[in-house]
Ligand binder design. Structure first.
Ligand code: KMH
Ligand code: ZN
Length: 293
């Protein structure tokens, strides 16, 4: 035996660091059921600051109105982007998925708020008892609009078949703004791909060659096995109360930064420490929109 590092055959080159995205709010959980969910602008900004300190470098934002209901209000979206941009250096990603009740037209208007990034789900899917609509013409419109506005899309894959939606977008329209293709597997949604290592590995194998980075998150109790599988397979992480409200058995999540801290600890254990926000910006090729001081 020598002290040389063991030679391990790898099918996926391991990324050096880990992009940790926090999805703090979502559109599905009611404030009344979960008072610690950040739904006001002040709560969201405080969450963003704490999550950056804990190791997050991107935030996936859904906003709520004064009654804590999901909204795509244009003024509030702009205010939110501005406030998070002033208080943190996180990559700001706005959800274009909204809630299942939002119209396709309204979901396109999210880009008017000038985020760094936007989500783009690569196909229609069952979503619990609902249907989350993403017909190809809508995906194509969002893809082209994002490129026109110099916004980097994150391609959300909820079902295995969504890799084909992504492939069709790239084949038809070419690469997105910035030239990078970043994917996020959202696993474990009832009706989507299961939150299992086997399903995630199948998804990774099926990714188009143009993909430059990928992340994964698991809904509910699948979040830990999915995080461990992603880290071991060269992927990045998404965590947060949009996806998971239980920290451990009998222990509700009290704050989003608890989930980010645990993801950061896992990433460091795996020798893939959290990326800084500057490193995340470079990984995703986002446009610099922050005011120079
Ligand atoms: N709330 C879901 C219907 C996204 O943010 O782009 C859609 C969603 C995906 O959360
Ligand atoms: Zn979302």
């Amino acid at each position: 035996m020598t002290n040389d590092a063991p030679r391990i055959a790898r099918s996926t080159p391991l990324a050096a660091g880990t992009l940790i995205t926090v999805a703090p709010t979502g559109a599905e959980t009611a404030k009344a059921d979960c008072p610690q969910l950040p739904t006001t602008l002040a709560e969201l900004v405080e969450t963003a600051v704490a999550c950056q300190a804990a190791g997050a470098s991107m935030i996936h934002i859904h906003i709520r109105d004064a009654d804590h209901q999901p909204t795509l209000d244009a003024v509030l979206l702009r205010e939110t982007v501005q406030a998070v941009r002033e208080q943190t250096s996180l990559v700001i990603q706005l959800s274009t998925g909204g809630s299942v009740q939002d119209s396709l037209e309204r979901r396109l208007t999210v880009l008017d708020a000038e985020p760094d990034s936007c989500s783009l789900t690569c196909g229609t899917t069952n979503f619990g008892n609902e249907v989350f609509l993403n017909p190809f013409p809508f995906m194509a419109q969002l893809y082209q609009l994002a490129r026109e506005r110099e916004i980097v899309p994150e391609f959300e894959l909820i079902e295995l078949g969504h890799v084909e939606g992504l492939r069709r977008l790239i084949d038809t329209y070419g690469l997105p703004f910035g030239g990078k293709v970043h994917v996020d597997f959202v696993t474990g949604i009832p009706g989507g791909m299961p939150g299992t290592p086997a399903a995630l590995l199948a998804g990774i194998q099926a990714l188009p060659a143009e993909v430059t980075s990928w992340a994964a998150g698991g809904i509910g109790r699948s979040h830990l096995p999915i995080a461990a599988t992603a880290l071991a397979s060269g992927g990045h992480l998404r965590v947060g109360m949009e996806d998971n409200l239980v920290f451990a058995k009998g222990q509700p999540v009290r704050r989003n930064d608890e989930l980010v801290s645990r993801a950061a600890d896992l990433a460091r254990l795996m020798q893939r420490p959290p990326l800084t926000t500057d490193e995340a910006r470079a990984l995703l090729s986002v446009k610099e929109r922050r005011a120079r001081t």
